[in-house]
Design a protein around this ligand. Structure first.
Ligand code: HEC
Length: 119
């Protein structure tokens, strides 16, 4: 029984993200900030991920694995970044950087904007 089940199970287990070693990777936020600027993410997503031509990335709803898959093969306007131009370790740093950015206040919580909206 064992001999039969093991070869069958192993490839399946490799598909489980945590077991394949691709759970939320510990990246370095400071190195990630430098990388975010250098490879040009900031051009579309803003220097602190606030958005621009590309969408807002803070707060980032995606888990590491989803983030990685998206950047490698984006679905829409965004250019793809292969692991040749941006390795997994560098991408993990970018992920850590985006996760480290505090979320700004909502527009409704900024008195000046609320006052202007009342007029
Ligand atoms: C040329 C503009 C451009 C550049 C450069 C760019 N992006 Fe994007 N990105 C977009 C756009 C536009 C979207 C919205 C979806 C789409 O069209 O692909 C997006 C979507 C995303 C998303 C999906 C967010 C979500 O919640 O679904 C992530 C993550 C992301 N970008 C990360 C990055 C990272 C990291 C870099 C740098 C390695 C980068 N982007 C560089 C334009 C860009």
């Amino acid at each position: 029984m064992h001999r039969f089940i093991t070869p069958l199970l192993l490839p399946l287990l490799m598909l489980v993200p945590g077991l394949a070693g691709s759970e939320d990777r510990a990246g370095d936020p400071q190195a990630g900030q430098v990388r975010f600027m250098r490879v040009g993410c900031y051009e579309c997503h803003g220097t602190v991920g606030q958005g621009g031509a590309g969408m807002r990335l803070v707060p980032l709803p995606l888990p590491w694995i989803g983030f990685q898959i998206y950047v490698r093969r984006p679905g829409g306007q965004m250019p793809a970044y292969s692991d040749k131009v941006l390795g997994d370790a560098d991408l993990a740093d970018i992920y850590a950087y985006l996760k480290s950015i505090p979320e700004g206040p909502r527009a409704k919580d900024i008195a000046l904007i609320e006052d202007a909206a009342d007029k």
